[in-house]
Design a protein around this ligand. Structure first.
Ligand SMILES: [Ca+2]
Length: 433
């Protein structure tokens, strides 16, 4: 399950414009129905007239020649709609993305290729567990790189999310620049001309880079003279490490997050009303938080001294407000955030890396009586739904719209209050004989 494809299929994070989210909003009217053949052709023609705005040199003739093969792919629009769809919960997403299956597979990657990963860690200064965790979350350690032709995805995205008229400078419109970059990468023969596939957001390869980031950051680490992030694990890993090093930098020896207890007297100050909130403007050295009575949490949730070598600057982060897990986060958090602009993604990567290293889950429970399912449990649920006649549900371990529809119908069929999600508790309730 690729992170991107997963979200395309239905789970929701507004995350998967991997490694440089297109910032400009889509026009709602453009998303209400598929683009017509004429609309798409006219959009591509319009882009051809703007190649002078390409972030790197691009001749109009090259654009026209390569873009002539592009086809509108409505999966892009459907995915854009999904990202504004149903609410999702931290405890569901983290339970699936950091489940035991993914932890064990991550350890197997480290055991298999520890030496290569160690060399990458040494050269780029990024922990190998973080690189492996990104690999695991982005493409499930390789197999799930996406099935949408990258050129089609990039062009469709640019046409569904056109630049505002004011975006006249190169680089001021990410969706346009991504389309140009896809063409440049093909022109330069840096990717396969046939079957170049990726996510709906045009991210491709083992760690899911968009074409513009690929152009800027791709590394040849296996030494064959080609930066091949699709087939070569060392190239993909080193390219990811290069991204983290170049766009943010890593403080080696410092964690991404430290789970903390907030002193009672200061809890009102951080009342987020249940919202996810981060306070980067309040960054200060860890020792100063400790002096104010903040403590870290030990394995059983007991307070332990707040200490990290080098006394890095940290700031508070509350994924779901208080009560709920509370964190002080370092610059490493912001470095992962530049890789994928979702705070939930950052915590998925960091927690998976922690677990791969033998560390533990968060000590503070999420504010729910119905914690999330592992992918093995989701597959079990889906097989059961299919056996109950919901033929559209496949046991792929990814909760998407079709699975949610079936869940809702089953709750209704059993005379239970309808809901579209299932956790550990409601799984038992729903599947009882
Ligand atoms: Ca290579």
């Amino acid at each position: 399950m690729p992170a991107c494809l997963q979200r395309f299929l239905g789970a929701v994070l507004a995350a998967c414009l991997c490694h440089s989210a297109a910032a400009q909003p889509a026009s709602p009217s453009l998303l209400s129905q598929p683009l017509s053949r004429e609309q798409f052709a006219s959009c591509v023609q319009n882009l051809a007239q703007q190649t002078q705005l390409s972030g790197r040199p691009l001749h109009r003739a090259d654009f026209e020649r390569i873009a002539a093969a592009a086809q509108y792919d409505d999966r892009v629009r459907q995915s854009m709609l999904v990202t504004t769809g149903e609410p999702t919960f931290w405890w569901d997403e983290l339970a699936a993305t950091t489940d035991e299956e993914r932890v064990q597979q991550g350890r197997a990657v480290l055991a298999r290729d520890g030496q290569t990963l160690q060399r990458i860690e040494a050269q780029f200064g990024v922990p190998k567990e973080i690189i492996v965790a990104i690999y695991g979350i982005e493409t499930n350690y390789g197999p799930s790189q996406g099935r949408i032709p990258v050129l089609d995805a990039a062009m469709s995205l640019a046409c569904l999310r056109p630049c505002p008229a004011s975006a006249s400078a190169a680089g001021s419109c990410m969706s346009r620049e991504r389309a140009f970059a896809a063409v440049r990468v093909l022109r330069d023969r840096r990717v396969p001309a046939e079957n170049w596939q990726g996510s709906w957001a045009a991210a491709f390869g083992r760690t899911q880079f968009v074409p513009d980031s690929f152009e800027q950051l791709a590394v040849d680490f296996d030494g064959d003279g080609v930066s091949d992030i699709i087939n070569s694990e060392p190239d993909a890993w080193a390219t990811t490490a290069n991204h983290l090093k170049t766009r943010g930098g890593w403080i080696l020896g410092a964690p991404v997050y430290i789970e903390v207890a907030v002193p009672a007297a200061q809890q009102a100050e951080f009342n987020t009303g249940g919202e996810s909130k981060r306070y980067p403007e309040r960054a200060k050295p860890l020792s100063q938080w400790a002096a104010q009575g903040w403590t870290a949490l030990g394995p059983d949730g007991q307070p332990v001294p707040l200490q990290v070598p080098g006394d890095p600057e940290v700031h508070p982060f509350f994924p779901v407000g208080l009560p709920g897990p509370a964190f002080l986060v370092t610059r490493n958090f912001e470095t992962i955030l530049r890789y994928n602009r979702s705070v939930r993604y950052v915590m998925e990567v960091a927690l998976l890396a922690t677990k791969i290293s033998g560390g533990r889950d968060f000590a503070t429970p999420w504010p729910t009586d119905d914690p999330g399912l592992t992918r093995a449990q989701v597959r079990q649920l889906q097989a059961w739904l299919a056996s109950r006649g919901h033929a559209q549900v496949t046991a792929d371990g990814v909760i998407g719209r079709l699975t949610r529809d079936a869940i809702e119908k089953e709750f209704v069929a059993r005379g239970l209050p309808p809901q579209r999600r299932v956790g550990q508790r409601t799984l038992q309730l729903l599947m009882q004989p």
